[in-house]
Write a new protein. Structure first.
Length: 528
């Protein structure tokens, strides 16, 4: 059974806009800067070099400050220092602060980012490339991140959250640790994972620091640099763009310009008039402009123009870019060449190019992250015995059952030939009907439909009967597909890395680092 890869299109798990982007369709080319090919990075480097005006020294200093209480590797420390140099560029991915990394694709995003930096260094040795994980510390949707799945169990953190999740206290995670401790068992790898959870979440006061510790422990050997955008110093640099948003609502107007292109893909472009939140430790609410006042939604806070601009200058940390403006903030702060994200992220980035052009910030290359199915040798052997291909396993379950039943059956479960013969017989009757009363033609037509319907029902009944005959094999197919595609969904969106770490240890991550090729743009099957 070939285990290398399957195309994104054949996987059945991506949308038309992603297929068209990967196929470089003409209708989308106005929405991005350069397609992710190794040769295009040369031109991206040249453009970013000319246009990058943010302060590298402040960026490096802020990162050193954010890492002050953490033990970091030489590789990460060197990468932070490299950011001071004009020949250093970043490759960035971003992700929510999911509990214990959340679904597997958290790892795939970061590994795609690390591996692209290595590939670029090999092709452009005169430059340095730093992998960045931008933590989504200013998000507020706690219900999306307060759990992870371990095998068939949901391990959940029950806590209230009102403000930016990065500032959320880690109180209450002792209860999660108690559950996790029982589930993981007592092996050497289990001890490592329990200790990792403990040190990440029980020894750090907020979720941002806990996530930084966790991601740093998993990827410090690779020099990963973790950045928290919820920073006074970094937001000071971004003040002119926040002011522009408050006074002129530029991003609203510019993002709407992409509506006509994206309408064809049934993607709604819904920027707000002001794409900013007002944040405090326990508050994250939209800023709206009504009756010549800037109001904080669902609160009594309101400001005149002079007052809100004064607040911006004195407390820029109270202003948080939303999903429309955050990419602009990120690309302004970082000497970034490429953003790596999932299909949904690439789709929303395609809304933003006109806003980047207006603000004179280089639009990054957009790269779809690696997608992966992890399979054991034992699972591959089962698939071979059942004569399953990866195309089969990626199929919807009912389609797969129908297909394999027809393959296993000694009969041909397809009555197309019989239907064709039946239609031929009725052609003669229709010829007679033309020469007599119209009521006979109606009767002939009704009888043809009835008999064709009867054949279709017999075909379905034969398929059903053959499914019973081959139920043992179909049951084994069901079990295997459910192992690889839990709840008939992608493994990478459901399973947590701990399931695989328990069995394979760090070699599981090393295998991913070895095998994932970010520019190949195919769904990878990795055998463990």
């Amino acid at each position: 059974m070939p285990t290398d890869c399957i195309s994104y299109k054949n996987s059945g798990y991506f949308t038309k806009i992603i297929f068209d982007y990967l196929d470089e369709k003409e209708e989308l080319k106005s929405l991005y800067n350069r397609f992710p090919k190794i040769e295009n990075f040369k031109f991206q480097i040249e453009e970013k070099s000319k246009n990058f005006i943010s302060n590298r020294t402040i960026l490096a200093r802020e990162l050193e400050k954010q890492y002050a209480d953490f033990e970091i590797s030489v590789a990460t420390s060197d990468n932070i220092k490299l950011l001071n140099n004009i020949n250093t560029f970043t490759i960035t991915t971003g992700h929510q602060l999911n509990l214990f990394t959340g679904p597997l694709f958290f790892l795939y995003k970061i590994i795609s980012t690390i591996n692209l930096c290595k590939e670029l260094k090999s092709n452009y040795p005169e430059y340095d490339f730093v992998p960045i994980y931008w933590m989504a510390t200013e998000d507020h949707d706690f219900e999306e991140i307060n759990y992870f799945n371990f095998k068939s169990k949901k391990i959940k953190w029950n806590q209230e959250s009102f403000g930016p999740v990065g500032r959320l206290s880690t109180n209450g995670l002792e209860e999660v640790y108690t559950v996790l401790e029982k589930e993981f068992g007592t092996s050497k790898n289990a001890s490592y994972l329990k200790n990792l959870f403990k040190k990440s979440y029980l020894e750090h006061s907020n979720l941002a620091n806990a996530t930084r510790f966790l991601a740093n422990e998993l990827f410090k050997k690779e020099g990963l640099v973790i950045l928290d955008g919820d920073s006074i110093e970094l937001k000071k640099l971004f003040i002119p763009f926040i002011k522009e948003e408050l006074l002129n609502q530029t991003s609203y107007k510019k993002v709407l310009e992409t509506s006509s292109v994206l309408k064809a893909y049934k993607i709604q472009v819904n920027p707000r008039e002001i794409n900013l939140f007002y944040i405090e430790d326990n508050l994250r609410e939209r800023i709206v402009f009504e009756n010549d006042k800037y109001k904080i939604n669902d609160t009594n806070l309101e400001f005149t123009e002079k007052e809100i601009l004064g607040l911006l200058n004195s407390n820029p940390e109270k202003f948080s870019p939303n999903v429309i403006l955050r990419p602009l903030y990120q690309e302004f702060i970082l000497p970034n060449l490429c953003y790596i994200g999932g299909g949904g992220e690439i789709a929303y980035w395609l809304k933003l190019k006109s806003n980047f052009e207006t603000n004179k910030i280089t639009f990054p290359i957009l790269l779809l992250r690696n997608s992966v199915v992890l399979a054991s040798q034992k699972q591959l052997e089962k698939a071979d015995k059942l004569k399953l291909t990866w195309r089969d396993l990626f199929s919807h379950q009912q389609e797969l059952f129908d297909l394999k039943t027809k393959e296993y059956s000694q009969f041909k479960i397809d009555f197309s030939e019989q239907k064709a013969q039946l239609k031929k017989q009725f052609e003669h009757l229709f010829a007679i009907a033309k020469q007599t009363d119209k009521s006979f033609a109606g009767a002939v037509n009704a009888q043809e439909k009835k008999q064709l319907k009867g054949l279709e029902n017999l075909e379905k009944k034969l398929l059903k009967a053959e499914k019973r005959v081959h139920s043992d094999k179909l049951e084994r197919i069901l079990l295997l597909q459910n192992e690889l595609f839990p709840n008939q969904s992608l493994q990478e969106r459901k399973a947590n890395f701990s399931e695989f770490y328990l069995e394979y240890g760090y070699s599981f991550i090393e295998k991913l680092l070895l095998e994932l090729k970010p520019l190949e743009q195919e769904f990878k099957v990795v055998t463990l």
